[in-house]
Design a protein around this ligand. Structure first.
Ligand SMILES: [Zn+2]
Length: 299
């Protein structure tokens, strides 16, 4: 049946188009995924007609420009749509018509916006992690129930807890050690904080009421990579999958980091490497693990 792969590909394009909306709106305060309902040109704010909003094709017809203001449509839009469709198709050929396919499609649909948003804004939004965790938990419970295999559920739940918890602990301890060795830094930081509080207090007395305290956007997103590992643990399981994701993403990050650092001086986000490693492990984890064991001489 040729119709099923075609359907999966078109579904991928449609989901990719929706992911573009998420990628644009989630990191920007004041915009939510469901309002405004219609897509709009990010340059001239003109609502986009449905026939100009067809994945891939509209980009080609409009030659990558807005119909109204001729502003360039970012190439990332058709690229995200195409990559989503290709990954959907790859998952279909790998998992067939099973619940695992649904599981893989959900995972991929969370990984893609995380990849792009972390690349562009250096943040991993909490909302994506939370939605991913809820959807992941549901599909994993369903699969576990269908297989009547409680171990499946437990290894994934362990992956979620350990992926998040252990790495979080490591980060806390590493931070603590850093502080210990840089006592001066710590002291200065404390003093700065105290000074800031003092001036804030003074301000509040002068104005008469305390200004509403708003958490900075970036701060609320901290520990993104750890939350991402928890998500990976949930979708992939703890051993060896999560360990493979950690290993692969570190290698990828080190290699790409070396190449990119030479050409430009900027911080490279780690989230995209985790996302790529996750897709690799999702598709070829078992093969890679067998190869690795053979190389290590354990098999
Ligand atoms: Zn426009």
């Amino acid at each position: 049946m040729i119709w099923i792969p075609i359907f999966i590909f078109i579904l991928g394009l449609a989901i990719g188009s929706f992911l573009n909306v998420c990628i644009y709106r989630i990191p920007r305060t004041g915009l939510s995924v469901h309002s405004p309902r219609r897509s709009f040109c990010t340059e001239c704010s003109q609502p986009i007609k449905f026939y100009d909003n067809i994945p891939l094709l509209s980009y080609l017809f409009l030659r990558g420009k807005c119909r109204y203001c001729q502003a360039k449509i970012p190439i990332s839009y058709p690229v995200v749509e195409f990559i989503t469709a290709v990954l959907f198709l790859a998952m279909y050929y790998h998992f067939g018509k099973t619940l695992y396919l649904l599981h893989a499609l959900i995972f991929v649909s969370i990984l893609i916006p995380i990849f792009v948003i972390d690349l562009q804004h250096h943040i991993i939004p909490n909302s994506l992690i939370i939605i991913g965790s809820i959807l992941g938990l549901v599909i994993i419970c369903v699969i576990s129930y269908q297989r009547s295999d409680i171990k499946y559920l437990l290894t994934r739940f362990a992956g979620f807890m350990i992926g998040g918890g252990v790495l979080w602990l490591v980060a806390i301890i590493a931070k603590e050690i850093l502080y210990r060795f840089k006592l001066m830094d710590r002291f200065l930081r404390k003093q700065k904080r105290a000074d800031k509080q003092k001036s804030e207090l003074q301000n509040s007395f002068e104005v008469g009421s305390r200004k509403p305290f708003r958490k900075p956007f970036i701060e609320a997103m901290g520990f993104g990579d750890i939350k991402m590992m928890a998500l990976n643990g949930l979708f992939l399981g703890l051993w060896p999958e999560l360990v493979m994701v950690i290993g692969l993403s570190s290698i990828l990050g080190a290699v790409i980091g070396l190449i990119v650092k030479k050409s430009m001086n900027s911080r490279i986000p780690y989230g995209p490497f985790i996302a790529v490693a996750a897709v690799v492990v999702l598709l070829w984890g078992d093969v890679l693990w067998a190869q690795y064991l053979q190389l290590a001489g354990w098999n």
